[in-house]
Design a binder for this molecule. Sequence first.
Ligand code: ADP
Ligand code: ZN
Length: 544
Amino acid sequence: AATPAPSRYQTPLDALTAVYGYDAFRGDQAAIIDQIVDGGDAVVLMPTGGGKSLCYQIPALVREGTGLVVSPLIALMHDQVDALRANGVRAAYLNSTQTAADRAEVERAYLSGDLDLVYVAPERLSNAQTLALLQRGSLSVIAIDEAHCVSQWGHDFRPDYLALGGLAERFPGVPRVALTATATRETHREITERLHLPQAKHFVASFDRPNIQYRIDPKVEVRKQLVSFIRSQPEGSAGIVYALSRASVEQTAEYLSAQGLDAIPYHAGLDAGTRAAHQSRFLREDGVIVVATIAFGMGIDKPDVRFVAHVDLPKSVEGYYQETGRAGRDGEPSVVWMAYGLGDVVQQRRFIQQGDGDRMIKQRQNQHLDAMLALCETVDCRRQNLLGYFGQSLSGPRSVSEGGEADRVERCGNCDTCLTPPDSWDGLIPAQKLLSTIVRLQRERRQSFGAGHLIDILRGASTEKIRKFRHDELATYGIGSDLTDAQWRSVVRQLLAQGLMQPQGEYGTLAVSDAAAGVLAGTTAVKLRHDVVTRAGASGGGRS
Ligand code: ADP
Ligand code: ZN
């Protein structure tokens, strides 16, 4: 018969000092560990760098039996297991990259009680053989990492996670803990429900990362902006630059290298050897900049990443938070910077429209994007907006409240809008000019156009397209010549972000939303931010 792995340490604190060399628990760690050691379930929402791993590793060392860790990324498993072994923990993993002999050895060790922890990929748990094996041995705790992957509406859904709810019935009496670094209230609810954790105790840490400074700029010449951002950081800072496509990753990395920066690309199209070499340079050498698609960085434990930059707009605030969260895990000051433009908005709306997925899914994706845009366009504190998205607020001694104003705003003092508050201006008149142009074209001529052409009409440009459609005869032709092209683009972006209009169809032509009625009637105010960077001829894309 199988033997349970013996308890290795009497108390969690013994394990903490002996195995990890730390002398105190942080935040909720002690309470979470106690809950699991006592045999209870837990749901843990803690930002990246908060110290989630100890929350299940230590119960596995204190309780009798082997801890089962469900983790979605095979590449990470390997690193985590190596790190644990280096600390004297008897850890192993079961996955598809192993030889049959290796797997048999892990199975033997598990059944003989020689393993403190075993890592498995979620898809292995829909395999009857793996489940039968686990049932023959003895588990001390089941940890489900990256638990937000169970949320169908979240940004990182993995179908294999849905089956994990069944572990509750299959392993009664084994405490289970679900952990994630990204969770809105909705995701939190889904985790609890779908992973069958009705009795769990919930631990929700503050998602604030006070050492991270948030900066978002309008896109003008993105690569030049990126270089000047990087050069504004301390010499030799390690950083990650995120881009959406492989092509954009390659080009950006080349551009940075040509500027004399130590930048290397990382994306799924590179062969495994190159990827491993690039990742290891980033981890081991100082001051390397990785330009990557978003998959990079999942679980990479490099505490001293000093900056994270986005040259394309992330699809959701969850994604943005997770990616920027890879900066400053050591608690030292770090800066995250993003450039975004009208082109990003139009492109992403189009992706959503053309993507497969039913109406509900598209609606959800649009909501994700709307929240992202609201963060980009806010004239208030970025951190406050970000925390608000997760249902939290700024609190604690760092925050200073701005007195005097009608609506008192808590400001963090460590984001671009707090450090250099953007001027806001009354955008009612330009908003009315733009929206009424769209309405007229729609009503009088059953036509719709993209941002570029609408701006040409407002600015009274004499283009071939204007002449062809006789748009110089419109009542609104030339009534917006007081603003530059770049200023109009900024207006368009902000009205899109505020939901007063939306792009539609294959070409992303602009349509007025219901919410615009109050603006057209002059009863709803329109507060717009002055872009810090506005240059005529800004390439925002989205012309049609
Ligand atoms: P997460 O999984 O939440 O992103 P990790 O578990 O990787 O975080 O922990 C982040 C870092 O903090 C790691 O380097 C870890 O060793 C360290 N850490 C965790 N708990 C403590 C503690 N109680 N004292 C000191 N360092 C800790
Ligand atoms: Zn702020």
